[in-house]
Design a protein. Structure first.
Length: 344
């Protein structure tokens, strides 16, 4: 039978200090269970019902065709979506109703599962923390400038490139950004080493009958052979084609070794990815995509600036671009970093 509560808890709540006494931070289990202690403030919204306006405030750029973030019917597990409508530069925004929840000195973390539903072209989105609602925290991504004052967001903007990067700004520090690396990793990304026995080449192709690739799965890859490179513009099961031809002209010949480098993938419409943004008391901000660390910016929101969770999508054309969110999960220390609440 279960132990009596007084024996099980020894008069103490499930606290970080008790967890530390039992297993210590060097045990990976500590970090899994730490999230369950009363020392950590948590939020989890799976959007299984009507969007809770006690938690979230939705708005838009008021151009006439925008769609505020709202629960989408008949989606397994619950999904919300919002878009700027068929208006260039129009947007939809979602912010926590109270923005006094998250502080940098409490080490907040926010995790989003999100996708652009319609297409990944001519669109912008931001996911992370901000101190107020504005028409996009990031004004320009490529040469970072801000509309917002204090924020740390994962930002995608096709006006710049096809990468999801981390951009931050704060009252103490200037705006800064870091490109994600390695970025969104496809199953086939990395290096492929070809064989030489059944390899042939022409001035625009490489053929290797020892392989059976999926048609066009390697568009954007680079083949290297005998010191020459070929940028792949299409492929069949056995033939890689580069319409611009091999570097230096001609071809590397037949029956020679070759390698192919496949770059990280870009976003895919209607395909969810996970984005996690974290801030600490030193104003360091970090980004993970699909559980892979992407980079750090060491100049973020001031440690005592009140922040809210921020979701933003903008159309860069006259076509709607809907951002869908499956869930948002966030947590932070209940007390400022470096201190613990006293045991009770």
């Amino acid at each position: 039978m279960p132990e009596r509560p007084d024996n099980q808890f020894h008069g103490r709540m499930f606290r970080r200090s008790r967890l530390r006494d039992a297993i210590g931070p060097s045990n990976p289990l500590f970090h899994l269970l730490d999230y369950q202690t009363v020392d950590v403030v948590t939020l989890f919204d799976d959007f299984q019902g009507v969007l809770n306006t006690d938690d979230w405030t939705v708005s838009n750029s008021s151009g006439g065709a925008e769609v505020d973030f709202i629960r989408i019917a008949n989606q397994v597990g619950g999904v919300i979506g919002g878009d700027g409508g068929a208006n260039t530069e129009r947007d939809a925004r979602m912010f926590q109703t109270s923005n006094e929840i998250w502080l940098g000195n409490r080490r907040p973390v926010a995790l989003f599962r999100a996708t652009l539903q319609d297409a990944v072209t001519l669109a912008k989105f931001e996911l992370g923390f901000a101190d107020a609602v504005v028409a996009g925290q990031v004004l320009v991504k490529g040469t970072p400038t801000s509309t917002g004052a204090d924020y740390a967001v994962a930002v995608f903007d096709t006006d710049d490139d096809l990468s999801v990067d981390l951009q931050t700004d704060g009252g103490t520090d200037a705006v800064a950004s870091v490109a994600s690396s390695p970025g969104i990793v496809a199953n086939n990304s990395g290096a492929i080493v070809g064989t030489s026995g059944n390899m042939t080449s022409t001035d625009t192709t490489l053929t290797d009958t020892d392989h059976a690739f999926t048609v066009n799965e390697f568009v954007g890859a680079t083949i290297t052979s005998e010191g020459q490179t070929l940028f792949v513009t299409s492929n069949t099961a056995t033939v890689m084609t580069g319409s611009a031809g091999w570097s230096g002209g001609g071809n590397p010949g037949d029956a020679v070794a070759w390698t192919m480098t496949v770059p990280p993938a870009s976003l895919v419409a209607a395909t969810f990815n996970n984005y996690m943004v974290a801030i600490d008391e030193l104003r360091d901000c970090r980004l993970w995509i699909d559980n892979v660390f992407q980079g750090v910016v060491r100049s973020g929101p001031d440690a005592t600036t009140s922040l809210g969770i921020w979701v933003y999508v903008q159309s860069r054309s006259n076509a709607a671009r809907e951002l869908r969110i499956d869930y948002i999960k966030a947590w932070q220390n209940r007390a400022a970093a470096g201190t613990d609440l006293s045991d009770v």
